[in-house]
Design a protein around this ligand. Sequence first.
Ligand SMILES: [Fe+2]
Length: 278
Amino acid sequence: MSFLASSSLGPFASAYPLSPTVLRHTLSEQPLLSFEALAKAALELPSQYVERRVSNAPNGGEFAMDQSDDADVATVIRSISTSGNWIMLRFVEQLPAYRDLLNGLMDQIGPAIFPSTGPGLTVRGFIFISSPGTLTPFHFDCEYNILFQIAGDKQFATYHSGQPWLPLDRHEAYYSGSDNMLPWKDAYEADANIHHLRPGDALFVPYASPHWVKAGAEPSISLSITWQSEWSQSVGAAMQINPLLRRYGLPAGDLPAWPRTPRWRSLGCRVARKVGLL
Ligand SMILES: [Fe+2]
């Protein structure tokens, strides 16, 4: 079954992997992605893969977990129109029905990405259920992502994956275990490339492209499928080894522009991991 409009795949393949691109899809009627199905899925997932955060965090602020009461997550999802929350179901491929859905999506995405970055590696699925007006604060993700808007609408603001929006030290720190939130300046508001997503729209987000997301006036559901490539994995290795290289007075480097691969740093990182330096 085809979930992505075939007319979207050509422009996506041309823009991939550097430019955000809007695609069209038919997943909005998919029964696995209704509020009720997701309330049940949230109970089936191991609890460490379900996050409940506040809906009113500001850009540059903490995207805090909501521990204001001990309501179970299914109840929160069923009352998402008023609960003031952002719920994330992480690694939904753990549930067989969702794994099948993601595999079906990757079957269609794969031929579009293969010529540029090879096969999609480490494919993961995330589902976001948001109260009206939820802001997901400014952050970056170290993977390629297509976000499918299923219910409600969203403003999705993307930025180029470089300075000043993505400071090198934040990128490096992520690979040493820090979170993926980014410092914010009000001047960044004007730099945003804002995509208005409605049900039936999907957005490709390049590797490490900083972004913030604001849900509209209705409760929102979005599905993200993410993947890695050999290039993104080698960049991750370079970011991880950079601080070690500096410590030994060796040259570290910035985020290499695709398709340049940081071959030596990537190799060095693998060796450093093996001998326990990382
Ligand atoms: Fe994100």
